[in-house]
Design a protein around this ligand. Structure first.
Ligand code: ZN
Length: 406
């Protein structure tokens, strides 16, 4: 495992992959770089997508405890320099009816609020950009609520407004299934982008100051949304199609449209987005599934041991599937900044969503700090790195507030 500390030393010895990489810049790279911590401590570090809440509900994981089998908690968010994080409220559309999703969504949202209040010295429930700045001043981490998937409102503007009252500040228009009013990137068929009602939902989200999140939306939904929205959008855990041709990733045309809209592509860490044809040909993992089943039975009454044993299996799965190097992840940051501009790139870790299927050097949220030497190695200035770490996401959040006020 390439830990953050190990990576820091490695980064200093990496050749600079700068576009204008002359002898001068090479000797720059040989010099001891300024501490990553300087950039981290100066920046608003804003993770646009954290999937821990679903695991909090289903596995009883708490933010105050640091265990090997999950990836986000207070201690590791602090280590990674996190200032703010969108905590996803999500129920799978395949396993819940829309009405059940609404119920589960309320339960998860309420649970996050309760968990944040358990740690008043560390966490702060944020609903505005100013709340994030206050968290930074007070040395706390701002937790924001995001609603992942249009199915979570069961076609009701009233439910959308109710989630806003709970504190939700971003709204993903689809997950992996279509809604009756918007098509997803992950299934054929469905509506042709946004229906009239879909456009109405976009306008209502603008009015409520909710940032629209197109992470799972089809290309048609993406372009239809840009036509209607009066505020910048995000795509909270997505990568670049030019590097990994995957329907959920953004094409260069989308990146250019995003720049015009003023929005942000938040690069996600999941291997399936980072590399094309990830895990293909698929190795035989049937023995791992059998082991998972056995573990579930053997430790049915011992949550701690069960989760720990399952995590070991997940790690083995990740190794067999092949872990991309950290450079593959950095490629997406570099490409997005080249095509859309550095003002339109951020990160959305998507941690705790995909077992252990993340690249090297981002094993958990503490390793967010690795982005600093990694991006420096790609020629980004510390000022640009600060934008990517969260300055851009903060700007979009504030713009959504201005739009709502207008
Ligand atoms: Zn997602």
């Amino acid at each position: 495992m390439l830990t953050r500390r190990k990576f820091g030393a490695l980064a200093a010895s990496l050749p600079t992959l700068l576009h204008n990489c002359g002898p001068a810049s090479r000797s720059e790279a040989e010099r001891e770089p300024a501490e990553s911590g300087d950039v981290l401590s100066r920046s608003i570090v804003f993770d646009a997508h954290c999937d821990t809440p679903s695991r909090m509900l289903s596995e009883g994981i708490g933010l105050g405890e640091s265990k090997s089998y999950h990836q986000v908690d207070i201690g590791r968010m602090r280590e990674g320099g996190i200032t703010a994080s969108f905590f996803a409220i999500f129920a799978g559309a395949g396993s819940h009816t829309p009405l059940e999703s609404v119920k589960k969504g309320l339960e998860i949202g309420e649970m996050i609020v309760r968990e944040v209040r358990r740690y008043p010295d560390d966490l702060l429930l944020a609903t505005t950009a100013d709340d994030i700045l206050r968290a930074k001043r007070e040395g706390k981490i701002a937790i924001l609520l995001s609603l992942e998937g249009g199915h979570m409102i069961d076609e009701s503007l009233g439910v959308l407004r109710a989630f806003r009252r709970l504190g939700v500040r971003s709204f993903g228009l689809t997950h992996s299934s279509h809604t009756p009013w918007a098509s997803s990137a992950e299934k054929p068929g469905g509506p042709d982008g946004l229906t009239d009602y879909g456009h109405e939902i976009v306008r209502e989200a603008n009015r409520l100051g909710m940032v629209l999140d197109l992470a799972h939306a089809s290309d048609e939904t993406f372009f239809d949304t840009l036509e209607t929205t009066s505020a910048p959008i995000i795509s909270s855990h997505t990568c670049c199609r030019a590097i990994a041709n995957q329907k959920r990733n953004m094409s260069d045309a989308m990146l250019k449209a995003l720049a015009e809209n003023g929005g942000v592509l938040d690069i996600g860490y999941y291997n399936g987005m980072i590399v094309e044809n990830y895990g293909r040909p698929r190795p035989d993992l049937s023995d791992l599934n059998a082991r998972r089943k056995k573990i579930a039975e053997e430790f049915a009454g011992d949550r701690e041991r069960r989760l720990e044993a399952l995590w070991q299996v997940n790690k083995e799965e990740a190794e067999r599937m092949g872990r991309p190097g950290f450079d593959r992840l950095l490629d997406h940051f570099e490409h997005a900044a080249t095509v859309a501009g550095v003002d339109h790139v951020g990160f959305g870790s998507d941690l705790d969503a995909a077992r252990h299927l993340y690249p090297e050097a981002v094993d958990d949220i503490a390793e967010t700090a690795n982005l600093v030497p990694g991006l420096r190695g790609r020629g980004f200035s510390d000022e640009d790195i600060s934008k990517i770490l969260g300055g851009n996401n903060l700007r979009v959040l504030r713009e959504a507030e201005r739009t709502a006020a207008a």
